[in-house]
Design a protein around this ligand. Structure first.
Ligand code: ADP
Ligand code: MG
Length: 264
């Protein structure tokens, strides 16, 4: 069964898409079968996977609104060696159309039921708001990965986000877990970043990943090359950090599975 991880934070520009694309590629490089779902109408994860968002035959719009079969929506083996469900401007309409549909919160969850055994990991890149698309991601996911920048108001925003996630989850997905909090665009020379990072660890403890994603220009350049950073510059600190994150996600899953087996 695939583990489904939603990458969410209602703030824009915190590194959600960069994380989605690079963690998907890193996980695929460990020979896991990976599907990345772009749920953001901006289509940045699509472009960053080397797929032209203006040229795709189908996006998550067709999946969510028109019940198009998954096989017709999934783009196989993109530049990051994972499969992709694309997004583009059409997906903006999905948000509005979802409101008219029956069981609107669980459209994505139901759609994914058929591919759960075909993948080891499914990552969902969420839009920068808590709209119906994000609700669909949270309803479908096993857990949420929250990327954040260690800035002055970050903790406040994060506490609000966690509250919202918990409230939403209690309605649409009571089993939803916090997968982890990821520090992104980190500059260790910045004192404020270090202070916020310490507060974050005090507040969220083990939920904070040990892996820290540094500010690295290669991560910002890779999308224009149409591939995740590990295929653009595999020796870059950014590419290495995301490989390390994939390793940490795998170790967490193994220990969760071991704990579950022990409890049963
Ligand atoms: P979000 O999806 O949360 O809006 P993005 O992943 O698109 O955030 O990142 C916002 C911008 O910051 C993008 O231009 C991206 O290339 C850049 N960026 C993201 N992570 C890093 C990083 N670790 N180092 C340098 N630039 C980054
Ligand atoms: Mg994004």
């Amino acid at each position: 069964m695939a583990k489904i991880i939603a990458i969410a934070n209602q703030k824009g520009g915190v590194g959600k898409t960069t994380t989605a694309v690079n963690v998907a590629a890193s996980m695929a490089a460990t020979k896991r079968r990976v599907l990345l779902i772009d749920l953001d109408p901006q289509g940045n994860a699509t472009m960053g996977s080397g797929i032209d968002k203006y040229e795709v035959d189908a996006t998550c719009y067709e999946l969510l609104i028109e019940d198009k079969p998954l096989e017709e929506v999934i783009i196989k083996n993109t530049s990051g060696k994972y499969d992709l469900i694309a997004a583009n401007g059409d997906v903006t309409a999905a948000e509005i159309k979802l409101m008219e549909l029956f069981a609107r919160e669980v459209r994505l969850r139901n759609a994914l039921a058929g591919v759960q055994d075909k993948y080891d990991f499914i990552f969902i890149d969420c839009p920068p708001s808590l709209n119906q698309l994000t609700v669909n991601a949270l309803a479908a996911a096993d857990s949420v990965l929250v990327p954040m920048q260690c800035e002055y108001y970050a903790l406040e925003g994060l506490t609000a986000l966690m509250d919202t996630i918990q409230k939403l989850a209690s309605v649409v997905n009571p089993n939803l877990k916090i997968e982890g909090v990821l520090r992104t665009m980190y500059d260790p020379r910045n004192r404020l970043a270090n202070d916020v990072s310490e507060q974050l660890k005090r507040h969220f403890g083990e939920q904070v990943y040990r892996t820290v994603i540094p500010r690295n220009v290669r991560l910002a350049e890779a999308p224009s090359f149409g591939a995740p950073a590990m295929y653009y510059d595999k020796s870059s600190t950014g590419a290495k950090a995301y490989l390390s994150l994939a390793g940490e996600i795998l170790r967490r899953r193994n220990s969760q599975q071991a704990a579950a087996a022990k409890a049963s």
